[in-house]
Design a protein around this ligand. Structure first.
Ligand code: MLC
Ligand code: AMP
Length: 499
């Protein structure tokens, strides 16, 4: 899908990044070089599913690393740009990565991690004057694993969700058809490139149809508005927090700026929100600002996009819409009964070609995430109205949080906090918040209140081990945590106490 007939769009601009414009031909040549290099080290044989971890700012290098890995028969493992050293080490070792491709910005990290992993480091600057042997690159077969995305769960550390080429092609095809992606589409990309929203929904869909993608190095609301005015974008996709930030920036602008901003977004053909619940208030204000009724959709790393409001039909506020073509969705009650009637809550279960193959190296966790008859258990709870539109109500587990569209495991954060010498007990919870969705808050019982660190000190300490978005925004102190008869912390009560 990405490489077939790519020659036909060689001259078209695929990407704009901090370095300038890149045609499809330039990306292809860069990817080809990387693939040749990787295969040369394997006696010119494909990598056969070896994992290639890679880290690059949102630039052409990122796409070249992704495509190059695929052309060499490897599995691409994008690494978060904000991970501190221990998270990167965990990922490289957990994925058993053969290679770690990095752009220049990550060389200090590479140095700091010397001896802590087995991956061979490739600084992609070497490709500046690398002459590849002209290898016959074979296109990967559909059943070969293509991409591994790390995602937090209810137990332990993040797991690598393995998606095959077939999964990705099917996910992309579903969205290209549903949202009518086309070659003349032009999108501003502001999302992180280690999660499915930014990778599949924006980058891969855009590249598959020959569209043009402008990368923004980092999300910044004022800069996004400026770009909207300067360029003729047709599409935009983001998480609710980003729309909230854009609203805030619009409200703090001059009258003339507001008129220009609203005019610019009004010209787009589609604006999409997802990854977390879109508050009706945000939907309403955005509608006034842009004249767009945001298209809300629902998805997950393991399943791609499953439910979406329609491009052309009725979009309902508060609903994530109807199952996408080729995706089967059902609701199941607590006793395992199928829910047929409208307005009754149940777990969302999904079956489709889009669904991932496995959690890397975790056959038991993989098996547990499916029902005996092959439906993926999302852990999300929803109801359906009489017209079949789905409304998400919450999650089965109080330990899965969504902050700014990022999934965070409360248990993973608690485990880190409990390593601190002054923390006796700790409960991490999500507090409803207009901007962030769940605001991650830690409630801590100190061993010794006199020597306890300040909230700021504890957050700084935690940043050594956790990506910044996993570090609780607030730290509260308690004398004890509410526990049930079994001694288990009652998270709902913890939230009540701090509200
Ligand atoms: C940043 N910070 C966060 C955070 N993002 N903290 C909690 N939750 C987050 N999401 C931290 C920063 O490290 C910083 O910490 C402080 O908050 C303020 O930073 P900022 O500069 O104001 O935030 P910013 O970097 O602008 O990030 C905000 C954001 C970002 C909304 C742009 O969170 C983001 O890109 N979110 C998108 C995530 C995403 O793509 N999810 C899709 C997953 S796939 P400090 O300590 O320095 O103050 C999926 C499936 C599907 O969900 O359906 O799509
Ligand atoms: P992730 O594991 O990071 O891919 O996040 C997937 C989770 O995000 C889902 O299981 C949902 O809980 C949540 N999610 C995605 N889209 C929406 C949405 N439109 N509304 C509410 N929650 C959503």
């Amino acid at each position: 899908m990405f490489f077939n007939r790519i020659e036909a769009r060689f001259a078209k601009i695929a990407l704009r990044d901090i370095a300038g414009e890149h045609t499809y031909q330039m990306l292809w040549a860069k990817a080809h070089n990387i693939a040749s290099y990787l295969q040369e080290a394997r006696a010119n044989k494909p990598l056969q599913g070896e994992r290639v971890a890679f880290q690059a700012l949102p630039t052409a290098d990122y796409v070249a690393m992704l495509w190059g890995t695929w052309l060499a028969g490897g599995v691409a493992v994008p690494v978060s740009l904000s991970y501190p050293a221990p998270e990167v080490v965990y990922l490289l070792n957990n994925a058993q990565a053969s290679y770690w491709l990095v752009s220049e910005a990550y060389l200090p990290l590479v140095q700091a991690l010397e001896g802590q992993h087995e991956a061979e480091v490739i600084d992609i600057q070497i490709f500046a004057d690398y002459a590849p042997t002209s290898l016959p690159i074979s296109l990967p077969t559909p059943d070969l694993p293509a991409l591994m995305i790390y995602t937090s769960g209810t137990t332990g550390k993040p797991k690598g969700a393995v998606l095959t080429h077939e999964n990705l092609q099917s996910q992309v095809k579903t969205l290209v058809e549903a949202w009518e992606w086309a070659i003349d589409d032009h999108i501003l990309h502001v999302l992180p490139l280690h999660h499915i929203h930014g990778v599949v929904n924006v980058l891969l869909c855009g590249l598959a149809v020959g569209a043009t993608i402008d990368f923004l190095p980092k999300f910044e609301a004022k800069e996004v508005w400026k770009r909207f005015v300067e360029r003729d974008y047709t599409l935009f996709m983001a998480v609710p927090t980003i729309y909230n930030r854009l609203i805030e920036a619009w409200e703090h602008s001059t009258e003339v700026e507001r008129i220009n901003y609203s005019h610019a977004v009004g010209k787009m053909r589609l604006m999409v929100s997802g990854s977390a619940a879109l508050p009706t208030k945000t939907l309403d204000i955005w509608r006034k600002i842009s004249r767009h009724f945001l298209l809300e959709r629902y998805g997950m790393t393991e399943i791609g996009m499953a439910i979406s409001n329609p491009l052309r039909g009725v979009r309902k506020a508060g609903s994530v819409g109807l199952p996408l073509a080729g995706v089967q969705v059902r609701l199941v009650g607590e006793a395992g009964e199928l829910i047929d009637l409208p307005e009754i809550a149940g777990e969302v279960q999904v079956r489709s070609k889009n669904i991932f193959k496995a959690y890397w190296g975790k056959p038991e966790a993989t098996a547990e995430s499916f029902t005996a008859d092959g439906w993926f258990k999302t852990g999300d709870v929803a109801r359906r109205d009489s017209e079949g539109y789905y409304y998400l109500l919450g999650r089965n587990s109080t330990d899965i949080l969504k902050t700014g569209g990022y999934k965070v495991s409360a248990l993973e954060v608690e485990e880190v906090f409990l390593q601190h010498e002054q923390v006796a007990e700790c409960a991490v919870v999500g507090v409803p918040d207009e901007t962030w969705g769940d605001k991650v808050v830690a409630v801590v019982v100190w061993k010794d209140t006199i020597h306890a660190p300040t909230a700021g000190e504890l957050r700084e300490w935690a940043k050594q081990f956790l990506a910044p978005y996993k570090v609780p925004m607030e730290i509260k102190t308690a004398l004890a945590l509410p526990r049930n008869a079994m001694g288990k912390v009652v998270k709902k009560e913890v939230v009540q106490q701090i509200l």
